[in-house]
Design a protein around this ligand. Structure first.
Ligand SMILES: O=C(O)CCC(=O)C(=O)O
Length: 288
């Protein structure tokens, strides 16, 4: 498969992204490459347990350690994914040639499991101020209606901020089970993806996903990209990886690129960056 053919977004793809808040699907990896990625993830899980899924603490609970966030600092194969030209060429067309990867978030739903994601807008929780945060949601296994694919409310990235509540619901995969108070589900669109395909979406877009009722795991990862002009407004310190171009703003401490899995310098950096990022996610959380 020639994955370089038509690798850039067309004018109508870009217009669709701005109009609806998303563009999908995009073929990033072929089936063999997606299977190799899945192999790397599952080898790590066999070695270390369910490291990409966390038990969400309630307010006041100790923070649970996991590799769900920013694990592009821990795994060389993921550091390569966030720098992959087939991804960055597309992101560049939306946010320009200087690109930071702010973070990565795993969303793994086990086969026939009740885990779901409630309707939410990410800009409410991340403290990152910019008009240009692009999420690249990469499917590592098939993400279908049956396995609980991403669902979006087209155009909601342009709506006024929607009211969210913290539900702390047990099977909700979001940090505090945050949910938009009222949603008209009749306007929702499913973004089904084959393994190796991705969806691009604006972090202001309302999105959700249902439980996985299929017999396979649904493995996905959100890669979050911003231009260097973005700023963290909920904390004094934040970090990001410069994955293309130049950072002329210095708003984020630049992260080391791991040269191998569990590169000690990057592991130490991950510990701090993960802890600081969690503080932001839980800021202002209300007890359930
Ligand atoms: O993986 C999902 O189902 C939801 C993903 C999500 O909420 C996100 O990428 O921001």
């Amino acid at each position: 498969m020639d994955l370089n053919a038509g690798k850039v977004l067309s004018g109508s793809d870009i217009a669709e992204y701005h109009r609806s808040g998303a563009h999908s699907p995009l073929r990033i990896f072929d089936h063999a490459e997606a299977a190799a990625l899945r192999g790397s993830i599952e080898a790590m899980e066999r070695e270390r347990g369910p490291i990409f899924t966390e038990n969400r603490p309630r307010p006041g609970d100790p923070i649970q350690g996991s590799y769900r966030f920013k694990s592009h600092l821990l795994f060389k194969w993921l550091a390569d994914v966030v720098r992959h030209p087939r991804i960055l060429d597309r992101v560049e067309e939306l946010i320009g040639p200087d690109i930071l990867c702010w973070t990565t978030h795993w969303f793994i739903k086990e086969a026939n499991s009740p885990q779901y994601v409630s309707w939410h807008q990410d800009n409410n929780y991340w403290g990152v101020e910019t008009d240009d945060l692009v999420s690249v949601w990469l499917a590592v296994s098939p993400s279908t209606i049956e396995s609980g694919c991403l669902r979006i409310l087209p155009g909601s990235h342009k709506a006024a901020a929607m009211e969210h509540v913290d539900t702390w619901a047990k099977d909700n995969m979001l940090t505090r089970g945050q949910a938009i108070a009222e949603v008209d589900e009749s306007k929702a669109v499913n973004l089904e993806l084959d393994a190796g395909e991705a969806a691009l979406f604006d972090y202001r877009l309302a999105h959700a996903s249902n439980a996985n009722v299929s017999n396979d795991r649904r493995i996905g990862i959100g890669l979050r990209y911003v231009p260097p002009s973005a700023r963290q407004v909920l904390a004094d310190w934040d970090s990001a990886s410069l994955v293309r171009g130049v950072d002329r703003c210095g708003n984020f401490e630049l992260e080391p690129e791991p040269t191998r899995d569990f590169d000690p310098a990057a592991v130490a950096f991950h510990q701090k960056a993960d802890a600081e990022q969690r503080k932001v996610y839980y800021q202002g959380a209300k007890a359930g």
